[in-house]
Design a protein around this ligand. Sequence first.
Ligand SMILES: Cc1cc2nc3c(=O)[nH]c(=O)nc-3n(C[C@H](O)[C@H](O)[C@H](O)COP(=O)(O)OP(=O)(O)OC[C@H]3O[C@@H](n4cnc5c(N)ncnc54)[C@H](O)[C@@H]3O)c2cc1C
Length: 355
Amino acid sequence: MARADYTIIGGGIAGLTTALLLAERGYRVRVYEERYPGAGATGAAAGLLVLHLKPQLIEIALDSLSIYKRIAGKGYIFNMGALLFTTPSCARGYEEAMRSHGLAAYRVDEERAREIAGLPLRTMEGEEVLYVDEYLVDVGSLVSRLHSLLGEAGATIEHAPGSIEAEGETIIAAGAWSHLLAPELQDKLILYRCQAAAYEAPRPGPALEDDTHGYYAVTHPGGDLVAGDGANTIITRPEEGYTPDQWEPYEILERISKRIPGAEEGYPRRIWSAPCSTTPDSLPLAGTLREGIHVITGFNGLGITLAGGVAARLVDYLEGKTRSMGMLDPARPMPPPPPDRPPEPYDECPPHSNT
Ligand SMILES: Cc1cc2nc3c(=O)[nH]c(=O)nc-3n(C[C@H](O)[C@H](O)[C@H](O)COP(=O)(O)OP(=O)(O)OC[C@H]3O[C@@H](n4cnc5c(N)ncnc54)[C@H](O)[C@@H]3O)c2cc1C
């Protein structure tokens, strides 16, 4: 076998997308995966491609969207839209940020929100409701397309339960395991459990992004309502990420029922979780760690949303088309991590003008 130009460690969305973009540019790429493609957080994702983000992340998410559409085909990516329940100040920030990127973001009253949802739902005093663009990605199909396109582009994916003989440049894309492969990442990654559940419950047409009660919910094409919240538990070893909290889905159902009358009659059908990783400033890490060793990780609960766009930036950087990874550079100064919970990119809303 010809010597690889790039060895990629990890067959999640980040490793596979980076591998494909490199292989499409003519590099010889070998991906090593310890378990199976999608075995980490990727295979557990709810699949939302979220666009109500800070402006600099919206651009990355839109790049992910166009890359996934090209890879998976439009039939596997749906514009569900979302009803976003948030504070008036955040609503203004999201509205301005999204509109400046040509995305839908407009305020709706309770009656209109019910029509859009196709369900009775309650709005709360003091909150604003926005209808926003949001996509649902069929992650299983995306991973499977990435797998077959990699083969067509001449790249290989090797099952690597043991040690890896890296050739060429190495890219660490091992999700919540990445810090085990590079000491530089030890104090830069915070591991936590990401969890979701599928419910028998009323099913809204668009996704619900409920900042007021703290959960997201989306109706999957198969019919289940899949929901989770952002309140994640910090873990010390990635393996702990696979043990879901059995009680949490009942709490989330209670929160959903404050929004959708009748949801309290529902029940969780299936609960799952996987290890996620984030950084003290909640932005992903992508760039060079030391000569010949690069990284792409730290996507927190937004890896489906951001990995494609970050992979495209990393490949441009590796080819010398851009000189720096900017805000994603793993060497950037980090604030001290918050003591009790992992930071989320949603912690701050986008700034807005006061008009
Ligand atoms: C329940 C849940 C719901 C989520 N919902 C969403 C959502 O709706 N939208 C969204 O944008 N994001 C969501 N996420 C987050 C998203 O899934 C992750 O951010 C993303 O999948 C991370 O991708 P990754 O490739 O960095 O890591 P992973 O998918 O974890 O991939 C890392 C891979 O590396 C492999 N590996 C580890 N160590 C080694 C080694 N030594 N050698 C070889 N291979 C190794 C692992 O087996 C794994 O397959 C969710 C996550 C979970 C768990």
